[in-house]
Design a binder for this molecule. Sequence first.
Ligand code: AGP
Length: 608
Amino acid sequence: MCGIVGYVGNQQAAPILLEGLSKLEYRGYDSAGVAIYDGDKIIVEKCKGRLSVLSERLQGGLKINGTLGIGHTRWATHGAPSDVNSHPHINKDGKIAVVHNGIIENYLKIKDFLIKKGYTFVSDTDTEVIAHLADYYYNGNILDTVINVINKLEGSYALGIICKDNPGEFVAVRKDSPLIIGLSDDGNFAASDIPAVLPYTRSIYILEDDEIVILSRDSVTVYNTEKEIVPKEVFNVDWDVHAAEKGGHEHFMFKEIMEQPKAIRDTISTRIKEGKINLDDFKLTPEYIKDIDNVYIVACGSAYHVGVVGKYIIEKLARIHVDVDLASEFRYRAPIITDKTLIIVISQSGETADTIAALREGKKRGARVLSVVNVVGSTISRESDDVIYTWAGPEIAVATTKAYSTQLSVMYLIASYFAQEKKLLCENDVNRIINTMLQLPSYMENIIENKDNIQYFASKHYNSKDIFFIGRGVDYAVALEGSLKLKEISYIHSEAYAAGELKHGTISLIEDGTLVVALATQEALFEKMVSNIKEVKARGANVIAVVKESNKEIERVADSVIYLPDCDDLISPSLAVLPLQLFAYYVAVMRGCDVDKPRNLAKSVTVE
Ligand code: AGP
C-alpha cells in the first residue's frame, strides 16, 4: 500500500523525504512524489516509476530548497499508475497539497458535489477530492479546514497536508490507515511506518483513528475531531530497521496473514452499499449476466484454488455452469467458447505468463474476460474487458495469503451479484450473505487470536515426511491451498485429496502416524467426512480435523481439532484456510526455511 512521509524542521526537507520514502519501498508502489514549501510557494515534483526516477528529477533532493514538505509512494487503487495520478495532489491555486494512503469510499459523491461547485479534476484518483474539498472549506484555519474535510470522508485514510499560508507546519491525519509521528530536536516527522523515521529518531507517537496532528519544527499537537488536545505517550522503538519493515514481525508472510482481516474489509466494503452487492467495477449488464451459458475460471497456483471455491459458489448461488482450469492447460485444450461465455481470470500479480496466455486464447475465441487482480495497471488488468481489483495492498511474501483471501471474497461478491441480478436471491438471502461477508474480518481476527494452538500442532508435526489434506466440496478446494502452502515454504511433501476419492488408490500411502488434516466444515457432508476420517485412522493416520465450533461430535473421531467460528458453509473457506496458512508458516519456521523467499520460487511467474 502507499507510503507517506512528512517533515518540518531545521534541515532541508527534500533529502529527508526521499530517504524516508526509500525505507517504505518494501510496501510496494508504482509512482512517487513530493511537495515542498520553498519559502514562497509549494513546489510539487511527482512521476510514475521507481523512487530513483523522482530522485533524479530532484537531483537527489538538491533541486528544491525548503524545510517543510510531504512525500508519497503510490500503490494504485483508483486510476492506473501515471504522472498525473501520482501524489501529492493540489487544489486549484496550488496553495494546498495532499498525500493519502487508503481508499475514499464516497469519492464519487464528493467529486460530483465539487464539480457542481465549479471544481475541475485532472486525475482519476479518489485522493484528488481531498485537495479540492480542503480548498472548498479553507477559512484560513488549517485545523478547522481539515476537520471539515474529514467529516465528509468515508473510508480509510492517512493524510499529510501542507498549506502555503501555514509555512511552518503541516497536518497529519489517521483513520484506518497506519500513521506514526517521529519526534526529534531537529524537527518532526509523520510517516506510514516506523522505518521512514528511524534514521532520525526512535521516539514516536503511534496515532489512533480520528487523530489530527499539527506538526511544526518545535512542537507536535494531537487533536481529536472535537479540537480537544489528545495527550500522547512517547513510544521508544527498539527494533532494527530490517525488523521494522515487517511491522515488528519476523517475516512478511506472518505480517500479511495478520493483515487479512483489513484486506478483506477494504476489498468488500465499497462493494456493499445500502444492503445490496454493488459491483460498479464492471459493465456486465443484468441481461448479459442472465445470458451467460458457461463460465471458465482460469488461473495458476493459489489463484486456481480460489477458482475451485468459485466454481462451487457460483454454481450454487447463480446457477451457472462453471469450469475451472489451470491456465497452462486451458490454453491448449481447445475450449468450447461462445459469445455467452465468460472467462474469469484470477491473478495476484496480473503478470503470470500462463494466465496471460490463457486470457489471450479466450479472447481470441470470442469470450468476454473479467479479471480479479491485485496490481492496478498490470498486464492482465489492462487486457481484460472488466476488472475487479482486490485491495490487499502489496504482497511481498512469495507464498500468497492476503491476496488469496481477498480473491475469495471477490468470488463471493461475484456469485452473489450474479444471483442478485438473476433474481435468484430474495432480499433476506442477500442480507444474510452480506452480513456474513461483513462479519468475515472479525471471524478471522478470532482465529488469529488462537494462533498459539496452531503453533502447538506445528511443533508436533514439523518433522513429518508426508502430510495429507482431505476435504469435500469447498473444503476440498481449501485442502488444495493448505497443501500448497505447506509444500512451498516447508518443503514437506504433501497432497490434497477429495476425501471421497482417497479410497480409490492413494489411501495405500497412509501409514502408522501419517498426518492427515481433515477439513469438515460442510454440514451436509459431515457424516461422509467422519467415514473418511475413520478410514484413514484405521490405517494408522493421526488426524487433525478442522470444523466449526458447534461441532463437538468430531472429538470422538479425530486426534486433534481446530475449531472455527460458526458461519455460513459457503464462506467457510475464508476461515478454514487461516489455520492452514498459520500451520504451514510455523512448520516452515521450525524447519529453518526461508519463509518469505522459498527455494526455486518467484513471486510472479512471468515465464511459461
Ligand atoms: C502461491 O502461494 C504461489 N506463490 C503461486 O502458486 C501463485 O499463486 C501463482 O504463481 C499465481 O500467481 P498470480 O496470482 O500472481 O497469478
